[in-house]
Design a protein around this ligand. Structure first.
Ligand code: GDP
Ligand code: IMO
Ligand code: MG
Length: 430
């Protein structure tokens, strides 16, 4: 019996949260392995909406263990706020149901300040980050000066580590003519939050190993998407972590064999928040209609998402680079009532036809989509719970997508509600 990793195959917001929540009924443990509170995962259960950023989408199901793995960057204040907000909705979250890896790097207030200041300085070249300090926190982690969860319990090193951190950051602030940070202030912030966060701190790799040996099913929950991956995405317009399922093992402290089926969550069209290339973007009323029907506004920042046609070249590339074994196609219902639909099947670049998105920034900005046109459907697919309820034109659209991306559609989602999901092949049984 395989474990399952759920990852985004486009630019995020594909509906990962809904699918993880739905699949969590078949799992025992749900693990986040990368990213931070830049993620915004929306679940709708019997009309009640849950918005999660750092908490794994399994938290709302009683009896499941939720785990924040070492690959996640944790803002303690954001996490505690989110726990309180979800508890207010009647969900039980305790150190028995939620574990945070003791070796997670922390996001401190200075990281979001640096993130925002840098974006402002970039002007028109800004990346369009969520401003949550994700990039600066990962930079400090890789540079070996991050404060980690375990350091909060280690007074012997905390002060020295804060000194080292500020030695770096204050040099930059001085260079920018900005006010420097006081060591005592940062230390006071950390000492204040430590007793609230530490009860959740755990030796996650060990707990996951035990769970695995007991035959428990583990569901890995990715954030962002393949095109935001720091290696495989539209660099530099990406996030600062590897979003692909290959990182599920490293980001949770398990071996690569622990990750079984890789389910790529894929919207039936394409959206993107923030800057960067988007070959199939629509700047017309069709794009607006998709955005309105799909309620395409960011969960985290409220920004309007850019919308466009399905890009089969990009999704196929995500499937290959991310080892995706099957996809969950979401938001098919948003395409109800269009006269015709288009799918990108190749790109034109400098007079040549190519079948992949090149790595170079200039080429990525210049590729022109080649489209195949489909007849739309006027019937409603909203809330459909079986394949037989879908109109013939919708089935044709889905089948052609499978062919173009060279992977099967394993699940189909037809509304934000948990149970409006069609299972074609159980990923846990693969
Ligand atoms: P995530 O970041 O990948 O978890 O996705 P988000 O939660 O940011 O965005 C997906 C949005 O689409 C959420 O508001 C979901 O409630 C909604 N959604 C998910 N699946 C479907 C679907 O099949 N149909 C429709 N209409 N909405 C969906
Ligand atoms: P979920 O998990 C969509 C985008 C930002 C920006 C870029 C870098 O909900 O799919 P960052 O703050 O990470 O440094 O921003 O990545 N981005 C997302 N876009 N969904 C997300 O998460 C995202 N997380 C980051 O908009 O373009
Ligand atoms: Mg989202």
């Amino acid at each position: 019996m395989a474990n399952v990793a759920v990852v985004g195959s486009q630019w995020g917001d594909e509906g990962k949260g809904k699918i993880v929540d739905w699949l969590s009924s078949r799992a025992d443990v749900v693990v986040r392995f990368q990213g931070g509170h830049n993620a915004g995962h929306t679940l709708v259960i019997n009309g009640v909406v849950y918005k999660l950023s750092l908490l794994p989408s399994g938290v709302v199901r009683p009896g499941k263990l939720s785990v924040i793995g070492n690959g996640v960057v944790v803002d303690p204040w954001a996490l505690l706020k989110e726990i309180a907000a979800i508890q207010e909705k009647g969900v039980e979250i305790t150190p028995d149901t939620l574990l945070v890896a003791e070796n997670c790097a922390l996001i401190l207030p200075l990281h979001s300040a640096v993130d925002k200041a840098r974006e402002e300085a970039r002007g028109v070249n800004k990346i369009g980050t969520t401003g949550r300090g994700i990039g600066p926190a990962y930079e400090d982690k890789v540079a070996r000066r991050a404060i980690r969860v375990c350091d909060l319990a280690d007074e012997a090193v905390l002060e020295h580590k804060v000194e080292q951190l500020l030695f770096h950051h204050n040099a930059l602030l001085r260079g920018l003519g900005a006010e420097e940070l006081a060591k005592d202030e940062v230390l006071a912030q950390l000492r204040e939050v430590a007793p609230k966060l530490l009860p959740y701190s755990a030796v996650v790799w060990k707990r996951l190993d035990e769970a695995r040996r007991q035959g428990k099913r583990i569901l890995f929950e990715g954030a962002q998407g393949a095109m935001l991956d720091v290696d495989h995405g539209t660099y530099p317009f990406v996030t600062s972590s590897n979003t692909v399922a290959g990182n599920a093992a490293a980001g949770s402290g398990m071996g690569p064999g622990a990750v079984g089926h890789v389910l790529g969550i894929t919207k039936a069209y394409t959206t993107r928040v923030g800057s960067g290339p988007f070959p199939t973007e629509l700047h017309d009323e069709i794009g607006d209609k998709i955005g309105q029907r799909g309620h395409e506004f960011g969960t985290v920042t409220g920004r309007k998402r850019r919308c466009g046609w399905f890009d089969a070249v990009m999704v196929r590339q995500a499937i290959k680079t991310g080892g995706i074994t099957g996809i969950a196609l979401t938001k098919l219902d948003v395409l109800d009532g269009f006269d015709e639909l288009k799918v990108c099947t190749g790109y034109k670049l400098n007079g040549e036809v190519i079948q992949h998105l090149p790595a170079g920034q200039t080429a990525q900005a210049q590729v022109e989509p080649i489209y195949e046109t489909f007849e739309g459907w006027s019937e409603s697919t909203q809330g459909a719970r079986s394949w037989a309820q879908l109109p013939a034109a919708a089935i044709k659209y889905v089948r052609r997508i499978e062919e173009l991306i060279e992977a099967p559609v394993t699940l189909l989602s037809t509304s934000p509600e948990r149970d409006d999901t069609i299972l074609m092949r159980d990923p846990f049984e693969d």
